[in-house]
Write a new protein. Structure first.
Length: 317
């Protein structure tokens, strides 16, 4: 996300924007089935869209055994996501991922490894993934990540506030997180697999945007159910409705379980059909993923060379 992209100024909490919204699950499922079934892409377009997906990836490592060395390897991949012969075959001179996403204690290592690249470092914070820490500690964690050099902060919300329909508690905590983020852009992870219903997903998304989230993000990657297309459609409709009311352009980040080039295409088709092409840029669309790039690279290698690389040449990272 470029730092020139306007921030979301937020809006006062107004439950009338979302309280009575009903989301029909079969209708959402039918809409995404229609989107993914009928909107085929030619081979050339597929390659272009896979390249665009790379530009939009928040290349992520969020594992208990992360080390500075692993983060440095990930950053090298973010700087050079495709092998030279693939890049050349595509006629591209330069390509990087949208960001690198890590835990707060890894931010410094990522900032050093990405120096001069222009690639922002995103940090999860606020007691990721469950968020069940006292609020002052969650806010201190945001400030720590920002001081370490994170330009983007991925916060998690308190799911219980949604499950209890305590919208003012949810609004207040997200607004405090937005303030603690300072100049860093803030993505609000809704952990949609734990919110109980699509209507709750819509409501939580709307509260997050009213509280000033610059992006809304589906999942941490640690819930039992992570990003799905019906959930994503619901969130995208919420950000479209928020934009219609306020004029603000909010970003969307599906994350968790996106592993294949086919996934990368399906989510971009959703964005194009629901929001238009304007949203297919890193300023307004990110894909959070730890293991998607490998499959995209394999598909692009096949596009360029006419064959898949033998598994003995696949990266192990
Ligand atoms: O925010 C990004 C997610 O943690 C990535 O989830 P993943 O490991 O399933 O790709």
């Amino acid at each position: 996300m470029t730092q020139t992209h306007p921030r979301n100024p937020g809006a006062p909490l107004d439950p009338s924007w979302f309280e009575h919204v009903a989301v029909n699950t079969p209708a959402a499922e039918a809409r995404v089935a229609d989107l993914t079934a009928r909107r085929g892409l030619t081979r050339e377009w597929q390659a272009a869209w896979l390249v665009n997906a790379i530009r939009c990836i928040d290349l992520t490592t969020l594992a208990g055994d992360d080390t500075e060395a692993r983060v440095a390897r990930l950053c090298a991949k973010a700087r050079r996501p495709l092998a030279d012969h693939i890049l050349e075959g595509l006629g591209l001179e330069a390509l990087t991922t949208g960001a690198v996403c890590v835990y707060p204690t890894m931010v410094g290592a990522a900032v050093r490894a990405l120096a001069g690249s222009g690639i922002p470092v995103a940090s999860v914070a606020t007691g990721f993934p469950a968020g069940l820490m006292p609020l002052p500690l969650r806010l201190a964690e945001i400030r720590y990540a920002v001081e370490e050099g994170a330009a983007e902060i991925d916060i998690v919300i308190t799911r219980a506030h949604v499950l209890r329909a305590d919208w003012s508690a949810l609004y207040d905590e997200i607004a405090a997180m937005r303030e603690a983020s300072g100049a860093a852009h803030m993505k609000a992870i809704l952990a949609t697999g734990e919110l109980g219903s699509l209507a709750n997903v819509y409501r939580a998304a709307m509260v997050a945007m009213q509280a000033g989230a610059d992006f809304i993000k589906t999942s941490t990657g640690k819930e039992a159910v992570n990003a799905t297309l019906p959930v994503s459609l619901t969130m995208v409709r919420a950000l479209r409705d928020y934009g219609a009311r306020t004029g603000a352009r909010i970003g969307f980040k599906p994350a968790g379980g996106l592993r294949t080039a086919k996934d990368a295409l399906a989510w971009q088709i959703l964005m194009r059909e629901e929001m238009g092409r304007d949203w297919l840029t890193p300023a307004l669309f990110r894909i959070g993923a730890s293991s998607l790039l490998g499959d995209i690279e394999r598909q692009l290698e096949q596009h360029v060379t006419g064959r898949f690389a033998s598994s003995s040449r696949h990266a192990l990272a």
